[in-house]
Design a protein around this ligand. Structure first.
Ligand code: AMP
Ligand code: TRP
Length: 345
């Protein structure tokens, strides 16, 4: 594989179901922006085809896709520098996924823990799409010959499957075509936990809205949620080790550190010995200062959905320019007759 010689191309996907949380922002978006600003080629895809592997209300899905695009742009993704688009507008994803459905084995997909979790006890009732989810994800990545894929720990198994699919495709057809992708697993440092239970991940799917901060929350809501966040009665410790058995306290300190681009030690140097009565208002002030400009910009962008749609369409066109020739090569390798355009004479 000649991967080392290739310029890096970063690809990541996020499902446009539900809104963006502080967890998405600190755990994913903020880094997506940093990577973009390093000058690396970046593609960020709102995976609407993945979203419908479980039921989505059509209007809610359309809104969530636009809101997420607005959130990305408001957080610093520049639609000129990054290729920002929604998956369904680039048909190469679905086309390559079909080919990968014929490469991947039932046994491989049956072992995916995300499928087991999402399908639950009623496997017979899960959509075929939910089962084939990882083939589509492999297609997302391999349609661009992406070199780096930043994802959370929970997506590691899907990335390993992407490698397996690439290896089997290359082997079955006797080619050295698909690169083996390196996962960029995000560290736990920016894992944001629920405001109500420091051992659970902050998630957009948690039934209680008080467990999370949404990028759409206004200043009062952010302050209220932080004020009501679960904590313990102890003052803050002097060292990070002192937070080890205090998941809620650790979470709030981690959030403070991430929002202020500092490390935990430096935050503790300021707040050691002080209680949450002092720390929470400071955190609320910081969170509001960091998030309200994003929130305001997101709301501004959402007033002009035609402009968001135009930007997504433009991203899709640029994505297509990369993916289409790769897909055409795949069809050729697999043995499909490709004779369009042209009409019989
Ligand atoms: P999800 O919202 O689960 O579809 O995840 C989208 C992206 O946000 C993935 O890269 C996740 O790793 C990241 N993410 C989601 N929730 C959190 C969280 N609580 N802390 C850190 N990163 C998160
Ligand atoms: N499965 C990913 C998640 O749930 C989203 C995703 C879809 C993705 N396609 C991708 C992530 C391609 C990285 C690369 O978070």
């Amino acid at each position: 594989m000649t991967q080392a010689a290739r310029a890096p191309r970063v690809f990541s996907g996020i499902q446009p179901s539900g809104g963006l949380t502080l967890g998405n922002y600190l755990g994913a978006l903020k880094r997506f922006v940093e990577t973009q600003n390093e000058g690396v080629e970046t593609l960020y895809c709102l995976v609407d085809l993945h979203a419908i592997t479980v039921w989505q209300e059509p209007e809610a899905l359309r809104h969530a896709t636009r809101a997420m695009a607005a959130g990305f742009i408001a957080a610093g993704i520049d639609p000129q520098r990054s290729i920002l688009f929604n998956q369904s507008q680039v048909s190469a994803h679905a086309e390559l996924a079909w080919i990968f459905n014929c490469v991947a084995r039932m046994g491989w997909l049956s072992r995916m823990t995300q499928f087991k979790d999402k399908a639950g006890k009623h496997r017979e009732n899960a959509s075929v799409g939910l089962f084939a989810y990882p083939s589509l994800m492999a297609a997302d990545i391999l349609a661009y010959h992406a070199t780096h894929v930043p994802v959370g720990e929970d997506q590691k198994q899907h990335l390993e499957l992407t490698r397996e699919i690439a290896i089997k495709f290359n082997h079955d057809f006797g080619v050295d075509f698909f690169p083996l992708v390196e996962p960029v697993i995000e560290g736990t440092a920016t894992r944001v936990m629920s405001l109500r239970d420091g051992t659970k991940k902050m998630s957009k799917s948690d039934p209680s809205d008080m467990t999370r901060i949404n990028l759409t929350d206004d200043a009062d809501t952010i302050s209220l949620k932080i004020r009501k966040a679960r904590t313990d009665p102890e003052p803050l410790p002097e060292t990070a080790e002192g937070l080890e058995d205090r998941p809620e306290a650790r979470n709030l300190v981690n959030i403070f550190a991430a929002l202020s681009d500092r490390n935990v030690e430096s935050v503790l140097a300021d707040y050691a010995g002080r209680g949450f009565g002092e720390f929470k208002p400071a955190l609320a002030e910081l969170a509001v200062a960091r998030l309200s400009p994003i929130n305001a910009e997101m709301n501004r962008l959402l007033q002009d959905t035609a402009e968001i749609d135009r930007l997504l369409g433009w991203g899709a066109e640029r994505a297509d320019v990369i993916a289409r020739p790769i897909l055409e090569r795949v069809y050729d390798i697999v043995g499909m007759v490709r004779s369009r355009p042209g009409r019989p004479v």
